[in-house]
Design a protein around this ligand. Structure first.
Ligand code: HEC
Ligand code: HEC
Length: 289
C-alpha cells in the first residue's frame, strides 16, 4: 500500500478536505497516497477501555502478536513475531503501525483482487510474513488480535487514513547488492547475524526462518522504506535512501522460503514493479493479442 504521490491538485484538495493545512497532515496525505480524511497519529490509552472483558481480550491479542510462534506454533513457520515488523506492538509511526487499521478495512486490495476483511489481511501475514498457516477467522485468537487492532484504532473514523501509516515512500532507486552486502556487514549483522539468521538482538532477515517470497517485505520498495525509517534499530533514519535500497536489494536477493500460491497474486494483472516473481495474470495480459 505504498502508493505513489497524488497529483498536486488532489493532494491540496485532500489537505483542505480534512480541514487542517499543517505540515504533518499534508505529509500524511502524501504518504498514504489516498485522497481521504487523514487523522493524527495517536496511541490510545488502556485507561479508556472500561469493559474488563474487552481489556482482557486486547491484552491477549497483543501477547499473541509478541509471542506469535510460541502461542500459535501450528500457524507460524519461521522465527518471526508480528512485532518483528509491526514494531513497538504496532505503535511505531512509519513502520507499518496498526493504529487505525480497523478503520481501513474492508478494503479492495489489488494483490487479492477482491475486497478483503481485516481477518483476511491478518491471515495474509500469517501465510507470507510468518511463512505459516491461516487462522480460523472465528477463532478466539483471531478475535483477540482483532480486538487489539480495534483498540489501536479507537477514535479513527471508518475509512480514514492515519498520519504515519505504512512506510514512507522513497523515490524508486536501483539497489546494488555488492554495496548492500558491505553495508549489511557494517551496520546490520551484529544484530541480524552474519548470515541473516538472526540473533538474540534481532530477527532473521533471510533463510528458512524468515519471511517468504510472497511477503510484503520481500518487495524491495517496501523493505527499503521500512529500513530507511526504522533501521538500524540504534540509529533509525541514518541511512540515505540509496543505502536503504542497496541493503534491501541485498537482503531480498538472499534465499528464503517459497510461497506456493504466488503466481495467483494480482489476479487483475496489475502487480507493482518490485514484485520478485511472475504472476499468471500478468503473463496472460502480456501474451494476449
Ligand atoms: C516480515 C514482516 C512482517 C511480519 C512478521 C508481519 N507483518 Fe503484517 N505487514 C507487513 C507489511 C510489509 C505490510 C504491508 C504494509 C503496507 O502495505 O504498507 C503488513 C500489513 C499488515 C496489516 C495491514 C496494515 C494496514 O495498514 O493496512 C495487518 C493487519 C497486519 N500486517 C497484521 C500482521 C499480523 C497480525 C502479523 C503476525 C501474525 C503480521 N502482520 C506479521 C509485514 C509483516
Ligand atoms: C541493534 C540491533 C539491530 C540493528 C543494528 C539492526 N536491526 Fe533490524 N531489527 C532489530 C530488531 C530488534 C527488529 C524487530 C523490530 C523492532 O523491535 O523494532 C528488527 C527488524 C528488522 C526487520 C524486519 C523483521 C525481519 O526480520 O525481517 C528488517 C528487514 C531489518 N530489521 C533490517 C535491518 C537492516 C537492513 C539493518 C542494518 C541497516 C538492521 N536491521 C540493523 C534489531 C536491529
Amino acid at each position: 500500500m505504498i502508493a505513489g504521490r497524488l497529483p498536486l491538485g488532489l493532494t491540496l484538495l485532500a489537505a483542505v478536505a480534512c480541514g487542517r493545512g499543517d505540515r504533518t497532515e499534508d505529509q500524511a496525505v502524501r504518504q498514504s497516497g489516498a485522497a481521504g480524511h487523514v487523522v493524527a497519529f495517536r496511541v490510545p490509552s488502556e485507561a479508556d477501555v472500561l469493559d474488563t472483558e474487552m481489556l482482557r481480550s486486547l491484552r491477549r491479542g497483543r501477547a499473541l502478536m509478541r509471542d506469535t510462534r510460541d502461542s500459535l506454533p501450528a500457524h507460524v513457520g519461521n522465527r518471526l513475531a508480528c512485532v518483528s515488523c509491526h514494531a513497538l506492538d504496532g505503535t511505531q509511526r512509519n513502520a507499518m503501525p496498526l493504529i487505525g487499521v480497523y478503520a481501513r478495512f474492508p478494503q479492495y486490495r489489488a494483490r487479492s483482487g477482491r475486497v478483503d476483511l481485516l481477518e483476511d489481511r491478518v491471515n495474509d501475514c500469517f501465510e507470507r510474513s510468518m511463512n505459516g498457516r491461516a487462522l480460523d477467522r472465528s477463532s478466539a485468537e483471531m478475535r483477540d488480535m482483532i480486538a487489539y487492532m480495534a483498540f489501536l484504532s479507537r477514535g479513527v473514523p471508518a475509512g480514514a487514513q492515519v498520519d504515519g501509516q505504512g512506510v514512507p515512500p522513497l523515490p524508486p532507486l536501483v539497489g546494488d547488492t555488492a554495496r548492500g552486502a558491505q553495508l549489511f556487514g557494517q551496520t546490520c549483522s551484529q544484530c541480524h547475524g552474519a548470515e541473516g539468521q538472526g540473533s538474540m538482538a534481532g530477527p532473521p532477515l533471510w533463510g528458512q526462518d524468515s519471511y517468504n517470497i510472497g511477503a510484503g517485505m520481500a518487495r524491495v520498495r517496501t523493505a527499503a522504506g521500512f529500513i530507511r525509517s526504522a533501521m538500524p534499530l540504534t540509529n533509525p533514519g541514518s541511512l540515505t535512501p540509496q543505502q536503504a535500497f542497496d541493503v534491501a536489494t541485498y537482503i531480498n536477493s538472499r534465499p528464503r522460503p517459497d510461497f506456493a500460491m504466488k503466481a495467483l497474486d494480482w489476479p487483475r494483472g496489475d502487480p507493482p514493479p518490485d514484485v520478485a516473481y511472475p504472476t499468471d495474470a500478468a503473463r496472460r495480459r502480456a501474451t494476449s493479442p
